[in-house]
Each structure stands twice: as C-alpha cells, then as structure tokens.
Design a protein around this ligand. Structure first.
Ligand code: GLN
Length: 488
C-alpha cells in the first residue's frame, strides 16, 4: 500500500495500463490514506467519496477493452479556488462556504476529459491571499515534514497532499508564488506557467493580470505531463495565448551541456537564510559541473518588486472581489435583508471575508482612488515595465535564471500571522516572475535544518520546455531524495 502511494502519477498510469493495479485499488489506497492522515494535515476541505464509483467505472471499461483517455483512472487533487461542477468550491472563505458552481474550470474540464479522477478540493489561504494557509477560514494546513510548521501558501493543501501521499499530483494557482513557495516548503515540484499558457476560465479571480494555474507534482516528468494536459488557448479566456503546446516530455533527458544560466545577484541578499543559500549554491555548482555555463546577472529593479506586487495585486483584488455582495450567491448575514442596501452589503462583506482579504480590499481601493492612483497604481505599472526590461536584458545572454524559491525554509505556524509585512516578505523572490509574466519552476534540491529547500528556475516566455529540461537534469543529480512524508 505504502509503495502505491509513493508512485509518481506517470508510474501509476503505467501500472494501470499494464494491469498491475486497478483504478479502484489506487483510489481506495488514496482514500484510506486521506482518512488516516488528513485529520492531522488538513490538506483537503472536501473529499469526493463518489470518486470510488468513478474508479470502478474506469476498471469496468478497461476490462471491456474500451479505448480510454490518456490519464484514465489517475487520481488528482484540485485547489479549492478552481470551479468544479457540482462540487463545493469555497476558496477557503466563509463567503463561499456553501457555493456549488454550475460549471467546471477549463483546466478541470481538460483533466476530466483526459480521464483523471478528482479526489477532492484542497485547502488554501482565503481567496489565495497568503503564504502559509493561516488565512483559511477552515483552519490551516500543516506541513507534513513537521506538523508545527506551515506548508507555505496559498496552494497549501495541494502541496501538502502531494508531499504526504494524499494525492499523486495536484493543481494549484500562482499569483505571486502560490505554487512555487508551497512546493519549496513541502519538498515537491511546482511550476508557474507563462501568463497566457493556461486558461484562467473558472479560476476564481484574485489578480487577473498575475494569476496562472499550474501543476504540483512529485517529479519533473509528472510536471511536464500535467502541464501538457492543462495548457492551450481557450476562447473563454481572452488572455490565453494562441501558442502551440509542445510535447513537454520531449524536453526531458536532453541534458544541459552548453546552456547558460544567469544567477541574479539580487536573489542572494541579506534576507536569504544562510542554509538556503548554501543548498542553492551547491545545486548551481552541480549544474556547472554538468556543463552549464554559470554567469552572474543583475535584475536591478528587484528591490521594488515586492512593493509593486502589493499595490498591483490588491488593486486588482479589490475590483475582482466587488462581486461578492450576498445578493445572488455567497454568504448573507442573518437579517441583512431587513436593512438598507449599503448596510446589507457591508454586513455581508464584513462577516463573509476574513481579515487579510479585507486588508487587501482596503489597500487596493486606496491605491486606485482619485488622488492616489498616479502616486501608487500608475507608478507600480511603470515599475512593472522596468522589471520586464530587467528580465529581457538578462535573457539576452542567458537561457534561464536560477536562484532560491523562498528566502527561508518552512516557518513555524503562528510565527508571522500577526505581522503582515513579515508574511509578505516570504514572497520577495517569487513575485517578480508574476509581474513580468515569465514561467518558473521550483524543485527540491536539498535540506536545511531537516526541511526542504527549493531551487527556482526562471525561463523566457513560453519556454517551459527548457525549465523542465533543466529541472529533470537537476533531479537526476540526486541532491534530494523524494519521499512521502508525514505519518498519522
Ligand atoms: N503570497 C502571495 C500573496 O499573498 C501570493 C499569493 C498567490 O500567489 N496566490 O499575495
């Protein structure tokens, strides 16, 4: 049983295909593991018990010799800010506690069409705002490596589920690091695709110019496979790009000799924990020994990225979250309908949203308001252009950039929850990528103080292939042994 839970999704698929294993056995093993471990880790908000019937149906069709789609019978976990038809989608908010969407997100539909089976919906920081899961209305997820620590966020449940053997792989979303930082904290692989690579239709909007959906997996091959399944242009998302989707798996195993890596000197500043720096530098040196030419580069506007993000993201969030008024769906405060309209809205919204979401709405409304717009929002947009230029410059000479994903390893629960600024600092190395729109991969390359450290590999627009190629080469160095962690 334990061995089954260690399999990558691709290996699991092979085992199903070869008939070594039935879908019902695989799904049953995962459901048992969830029963045993989820009460401690709290990775899932909703477990779909009907998945067992779906698994039996796959087995029946396979036995009948029917042609099955690519991922038939492979289980997957879905972050609870992706719309799932008929399955509660809460965004870990009281506002949507009982919301059941009438439609699937495009990525969910693609997985369903590929035959993957949804195990359930995973915990997150409310509306994906946070870096620790402590902003979930339903209580935090715990890091399977150490239950007293945060799993990172906001794709907390997806990362913890994959690390703890509660799902072979999962979908997350990344607006400022929400796939990469929890992947780093939980010792798994996570990829934020190029803006426009993956459809955002049905992803509950946080900051629409930054949001992307992406994979959280145990290894790079799974990451390539899942990315391939969810990518592509979608008429329902005007920002999805009409760029052909390559066979990402073809990039694996090509080696890295001759590639040029840029190491941004700003990503090794004083805030970066010495243990993290040591592990990351060792990984970069190992890439050098594999024939990568390693060069120092500069992204001179990096120091402004965090402040820029915390203007742009709340501004967009304040507009996106205006729709939650308690009129047609979502939380409605008791007796609110007996009040005047303004009181009705304000009761619903002040009781339905948590503290961090309200903080973002206030920040965002402020930076967009007359008199402050030029000073904050417009200026932030200008800095965004400068950041873009920094990256373009670096990519003139480099095939990819490499540095830490997060300045620290997983921190203790409660350590930062009362201090928004120290929580925001956790995002300092991940937000530039979203502001610029380029893709980035995080993969584990070692331990510091017994906790995983992620290497962040940043690529040119739509060059996820190179990230996966480099990621696979790093994985083959064996700096980190993937394990399923966290007992009952
Ligand atoms: N931690 C960042 C924030 O709080 C990023 C969140 C995300 O990527 N969804 O905004």
């Amino acid at each position: 049983m334990k061995e089954l839970l260690q399999l990558s999704a691709a290996r699991l698929w092979e085992a199903l295909e070869e008939g070594e294993l039935s879908a019902a056995e695989a799904v049953g093993a995962y459901l048992d593991r969830i029963d045993e471990v989820n009460p401690n880790i709290h990775a899932y908000l909703t477990v779909r018990e009907e998945v067992m019937d779906e698994a039996r149906e796959v087995d029946r069709r396979r036995a009948a010799g029917e042609e099955l789609p690519l991922l038939a019978g492979v289980p997957v976990a879905i972050k609870d800010n992706l719309s799932t038809r008929g399955v509660r989608t809460t965004c870990a908010s009281r506002m949507l506690e009982n919301y059941v969407p009438p439609y699937d997100a495009t990525v969910v539909e693609k997985l369903r069409d590929a035959g993957a089976l949804q195990l359930g919906k995973t915990n997150l920081d409310e509306f994906a705002m946070g870096s620790s899961s402590e902003n979930s209305y339903f209580g935090p997820t715990r890091n399977p490596w150490d239950l007293r620590r945060v799993p990172g966020g906001s794709s907390s449940g997806s990362a913890a589920a994959v690390a703890a053997g509660l799902a072979p792989w999962a979908l997350g979303s990344d607006t400022g690091g929400s796939i990469r930082q929890p992947a780093s904290f939980c010792g798994i692989v996570g990829l934020k695709p190029t803006y426009g690579r993956v459809s955002r239709w049905g992803l509950v909007a946080f900051a629409s110019s930054l949001d992307q959906v992406g994979p959280l997996t145990r290894d790079v091959r799974d990451c390539a496979l899942l990315l391939e399944v969810i990518s592509g242009q979608d008429d329902r998302d005007a920002t999805s790009a009409a760029v052909a989707v390559p066979r990402y798996q073809d990039y694996l195993g090509k080696g890295v000799r001759g590639l040029v890596a840029g190491v941004p000197k700003e990503y090794f500043g004083p805030g970066v924990d010495p243990g993290v720096r040591w592990v990351v530098e060792a990984a970069i040196a190992a890439l050098g020994r594999e024939g990568v030419r390693v060069e120092e580069v500069s992204l001179p506007h990096s120091e402004y990225a965090l402040s820029t993000y915390y203007i742009v993201a709340p501004a967009e969030a304040s507009a996106n979250l205006a729709r939650y008024d308690g009129v047609r769906y979502g939380f409605r405060a008791a007796g609110a309908e007996n009040e005047d309209l303004v009181t009705f809205y304000s009761r619903n919204r002040s009781q339905g949203f948590g503290a961090e979401v309200k903080r973002r709405i206030m920040l965002g409304t402020y930076v967009l308001s007359a008199g402050y717009y030029d000073a904050y929002y417009l200026k932030a947009q200008k800095v965004r252009s400068l950041l873009r230029r920094d990256f373009e410059e670096a990519f003139q000479t480099c095939d990819f950039l490499v540095g830490p994903t997060s300045p620290t390893v997983a921190f203790p629960l409660g350590e930062r929850s009362d201090d928004p600024w120290s929580m925001y600092l956790a995002d300092v190395l991940t937000v530039p990528v979203n502001l610029v729109g380029v893709p980035a991969l995080s993969l584990p390359v070692g331990l510091s103080a017994g906790l995983p450290v992620g290497l962040q590999i940043i690529g040119k627009p739509f060059d996820e292939g190179t990230l996966l190629r480099v990621g696979r080469a790093v994985e083959e160095l064996g700096l980190f042994k993937p394990v399923v962690v966290g007992g009952a």
